[in-house]
Design a protein around this ligand. Structure first.
Ligand SMILES: O=C(O)COP(=O)(O)O
Ligand SMILES: [Mg+2]
Length: 223
């Protein structure tokens, strides 16, 4: 059986926190504000860039009236760096290739701005693997609103969402979609407290997990 599998991006397919922290600190330096640590910025990732910049503005006691301009500034620095400090998690490419070769439809559902998400996919030569890309600014709402996930999944085959965070787990739960949790990303709470069908720490495990999940689901339906 083939599925549509939507993937989160930051903390799921890519470890992009160093690039995001670099862009935030470039903006803070321009503003003569004290830089943030990688761990601090990583803790702000998950609800999209505007929310992340809001947390930065609050952390540094800056003027919230400048939020839009500071967000644009961080995005410009992020774009300029061109994913220089970003890596794919191990075995991501092999897992995506295997799932695609098995006939599964792959899509992206990320709170990262769509243009930036497409640039990252192009940087790693992965764009042709994804049928659809839904970013944090593609619709009028973003995750955990399930609308993004519905848009990324469409109606083709049983749906699965693969992500790393509380936001992703909530999105999948609200959409009624099976969730596979990547445990090496930017989650803040213990893995067992997030609703998920299964979890994995190595992408080499993902193709087998997808096969298991689809077999369980069809056994349930047959009953
Ligand atoms: O942009 C973010 O805050 C998070 O992006 P993600 O949805 O790919 O994890
Ligand atoms: Mg994520």
């Amino acid at each position: 059986m083939v599925a549509t599998i939507a993937f989160d991006l930051d903390g799921t397919l890519i470890d992009s926190a160093p690039d995001i922290a670099h862009a935030v600190n470039a903006m803070l330096t321009e503003e003569s504000a004290e830089m943030l640590t990688l761990a601090e910025v990583t803790g702000f990732i998950g609800n999209g860039l505007p929310h992340l910049v809001k947390l930065v503005v609050e952390a540094r006691g800056m003027d919230m009236a400048r939020h839009d301009a500071l967000t644009a500034c961080v995005l410009a620095h992020y774009t300029r760096a061109g994913s220089a400090y970003t890596v794919l998690y191990p075995q991501v490419r092999a897992a995506l290739d295997a799932l695609s070769t098995s006939g599964h439809r792959l899509t992206l559902c990320t709170n990262k701005p769509e243009r930036a998400a497409r640039d990252v996919l192009a940087h790693f030569g992965l764009e042709s693997l994804f049928a659809t890309v839904i970013g944090g600014d593609s619709l009028t709402t973003r995750k955990p609103d399930p609308a993004m996930l519905f848009a990324a999944l469409g109606d083709d085959g049983p749906p699965i969402y693969v992500g790393d965070s509380e936001v992703d787990a909530e999105t999948a739960q609200r959409a009624g979609v099976n969730f596979l949790l990547h445990t090496e990303g930017y989650r803040k709470s213990p893995a067992e407290t997030l609703p998920h069908a299964a979890r994995f720490d190595d992408f080499a495990q993902l193709p087998a997990l997808v096969t298991q999940l689809l077999a369980q689901d069809s056994a349930c339906q047959a009953r």
